[in-house]
Design a protein around this ligand. Structure first.
Ligand code: ADP
Ligand code: MG
Length: 339
């Protein structure tokens, strides 16, 4: 007998969870991304004790059919891609089929979901990867997923978490970016019964920025845009008088996906030339549209890191677009009347 054997599904899911579910904010990100992929127009997020007691995401999207509801919790099971070619033109936020099984392997998940086509919905509960309840539920449109006891069976992960305040800040930060990247969706984030923010979902980026960063900040931001043969960039950037001490207030959104990229953020800052003080950074929401073939999102399980072809060309375009918008700022009214 050899010594090598395949790991059980539950153990394999827990190993994957190590990468996908780092902290409560990762759970929120994955659940909200699923709600967005399901074409929801309203997404309400409730957290208790910074997500450690519970995380609940309620959407009004397409829902999951009764036949699919348990398959959704299997590793690498997804409705979003089918073949190799799809992997190179991913248009959804998810595609790896890892989030639900990973989350369910390290917490207690209760999922209530129904589709428009079926007369009844489903209620399933899974704890530590084991199915503990499955029954029909009354139909409502969309999905409600509740995650409690996060990391109950991975004590080391639980210990590694930061203070409640920091974990809540992480949750708030990720929901902010998701709301900024989908201004046509009405978001609300409620923490321990208190509404942290709410967006209207009317497609107006400036109003979404105002809901998240406040009206005073929104009033000090101007539009920018630019395009070349491969990329179209647009969004809002702050006037040089509105700055922060960290680069992280620059939200980069590639085809609606929030990503982190030091060089692209730097290209935005470069557009300010000498207008910023050393160590100060602008607030910005930068929408980048490109052919999905030009971006590889399959770099890391959390998909926040991507590889972009022709990245230097994109950086050049962004710096130029930002710099042009700032140089025109003194000449034209900035269109804030309608806020
Ligand atoms: P992925 O998002 O990569 O496909 P997940 O594990 O996050 O993998 O979800 C598995 C599947 O469950 C999705 O492909 C989707 O079909 C379904 N699903 C998950 N959440 C929702 C939701 N909120 N609304 C509708 N379908 C969902
Ligand atoms: Mg997903």
């Amino acid at each position: 007998m050899g010594r090598i054997h395949e790991l059980s599904d539950i153990l394999a899911d827990q190993i994957a969870a190590g990468e996908v579910v780092e902290r409560p904010a990762s759970v929120v990100k994955e659940l909200v991304e699923n709600a967005l992929d399901a074409h929801s127009s309203q997404i309400d997020i409730y957290v208790e004790e910074a997500g450690l007691k519970s995380i609940q995401v309620i959407d009004n999207g397409e829902g999951i059919s009764q036949a699919d509801v348990l398959i959704a919790f299997r590793r690498h099971a997804t409705s979003k891609i089918t073949d190799r070619a799809d992997l190179f033109k991913v248009k959804t936020l998810g595609f790896r089929g890892e989030a639900l099984p990973s989350i369910a392997s390290v917490s207690h998940v209760s999922l209530e979901t129904s589709t428009q086509a079926e007369s009844a919905g489903s209620l399933v509960e899974i704890k530590g990867g084991e199915l503990i309840k499955q029954q029909p539920s009354s139909a409502r449109n969309g999905t409600k997923i509740t995650v409690t006891d996060l990391f109950f069976n991975t004590p080391a992960r639980l210990k590694y978490l930061s203070s409640r305040a920091t974990e809540l800040a992480n949750i708030s930060d990720i929901v902010n970016r998701l709301a900024l990247s989908h201004t046509d969706v009405a978001f609300s984030l409620v923490s321990d019964g208190k509404t942290i923010f709410k967006t209207a979902g009317n497609g107006n980026l400036k109003q979404a920025v105002s809901a998240i960063y406040g009206l005073t900040s929104a009033r000090q931001m101007i539009e920018f845009s630019g395009a070349d043969a491969d990329f179209a960039v647009s969004g809002l950037i702050s006037l040089p008088k509105l700055t922060r001490a960290a680069r992280s207030y620059i939200s980069l959104l590639i085809n609606g996906r929030y990503i982190k990229n030091f060089r692209i953020s730097k290209a935005v800052v470069a557009g300010y030339g000498s207008k910023l003080m050393v160590g100060r950074y602008p607030l910005a929401v930068v929408n980048i549209k490109l052919d999905p073939l030009l971006v590889d999102v399959n770099v890391h399980p959390t998909k926040q890191e991507v590889r972009i072809s022709k990245e230097e060309q994109l950086e050049f375009l962004l710096t130029k677009a930002v710099s042009q918008a700032l140089s025109q700022e003194n000449l034209i009214p900035n269109g804030l009347e309608n806020l």
